[in-house]
Design a protein around this ligand. Structure first.
Ligand code: DGY
Length: 344
């Protein structure tokens, strides 16, 4: 039996497939249609017959999937976020898990800014108006939005960044061009903020109260789930905009719909959703929400880089070497991992 079997859950860019083929891996791609996902049963059945799993954020790699195969040598996720994987169970079972950090930082920061500018200046609403042929006279009150830079007033706007990792900092760096005051809060990264040239530390309440734009860049954890709910939305300015290109459940989406409808905040730009791909009832009808289908890292170059990085990690898992981007590197020192290496 081959010991180089890689199960890839969905169609990934060729940049990820080529190095795996060159290594001599025996590849199985579970997904048969681009628009159809993979069921949990298909995933578990596939895991039984592979040495390394290469999933995407759309597949829950839970304990059931991880225990399906005693010889599974690694999970090489093609994404920086890995909240779909039960990493605690993987570590306990001796399975290394890897991700694709760094290569998508700039692309995601760019898209965050696209959302921010689009919601501030009502770009999507105005586009719909044009496309519907409604524009017949210039008007001084047509699609009034918010300044992002100081505008004519000379007063800088405040950008509040929640979650100050690589992406949060790249978003802050881009704010320099808009002469903004940048505040940052991160429950796990106070030191990073304090060391940064681009942002000033603020506690969450202060950040929410002072910011004209609040943007989320934290990982989804028990602590960050619903970090932005009714009390936090009520604390924001009625002219403020909320951006989320991190993970949907960081926001209580039902509360956000209320906030958008009732004018607690002026607008939102979202790339991710609490129950993705489903949106909270009423969200799609909010004219002040700009909605994207989780595409913040979707540039051609970046998706290729993510795929090739996942392939590099997968090859390391196959070789039983330390993966360059292991998220649970402590696993390599466990008896459970050593037992897997011996039996595989
Ligand atoms: C990630 O990598 O976690 C993004 O959400 C998708 O690129």
């Amino acid at each position: 039996m081959s010991s180089n079997r890689v199960l890839i859950t969905r169609q990934i860019p060729e940049a990820g497939l080529a190095p795996l083929r060159a290594f001599g891996a025996d590849l199985t791609v579970l997904q048969t249609r681009e628009d159809a996902g993979v069921t949990h049963e298909e995933l578990v059945a596939g895991v039984r017959g592979c040495d390394v799993l290469l999933p995407l954020l759309t597949e829950p790699v839970d304990r059931t999937a991880l225990t399906a195969n005693d010889r599974l040598m690694g999970v090489a996720q093609m994404a920086v976020g890995f909240n779909n994987i039960d990493v605690e169970a993987a570590t306990e079972l001796g399975i290394p898990v890897s991700n694709t950090p760094g290569v998508l930082t700039d692309t995601t920061a760019d898209c965050t800014w696209a959302l921010l500018l689009a919601t501030a200046r009502r770009v999507v609403e105005a586009h719909r108006y044009m496309a519907a042929g409604k524009y017949n006279l210039w008007g001084p009150n047509l699609f009034l939005g918010e300044d992002v830079g100081p505008g004519g007033s000379g007063e800088p706007k405040v950008l509040g960044i929640i979650g100050y990792g690589r992406i949060g900092e790249a978003v802050a760096k881009r704010a320099l061009g808009f002469d903004m005051i940048v505040l940052a809060y991160d429950p796990y990264g106070r030191d990073r903020v304090l060391r940064s040239d681009y942002a000033t530390w603020a506690e969450l309440d202060e950040l929410l109260e002072r910011s004209d734009f609040v943007t989320l860049h934290n990982a989804l954890t028990d602590e960050t789930r619903h970090m932005i709910g009714e009390p936090e939305l009520e604390r924001m300015k009625p002219t403020a905009h909320l951006i989320n290109a991190a993970r949907g459940p960081v926001i209580d989406e039902k509360a956000l719909v209320r906030a958008l409808r009732e004018g607690w905040i002026a607008g939102a730009g979202l790339d991710v959703y609490e129950d993705e791909p489903v949106m909270a009832e009423g969200l799609a009808d909010c004219p002040n929400a700009v909605l994207l289908p989780h595409i913040a890292s979707a540039s051609r170059d970046t998706r290729g880089l993510m795929a090739s990085m996942a392939a590099t990690n997968a090859i390391a898992h196959l070789r039983k070497e330390r993966a360059p981007n292991a998220v649970n590197p402590e696993v390599y020192d466990t008896d459970a991992y050593r037992a897997r290496v011996e039996t595989s």
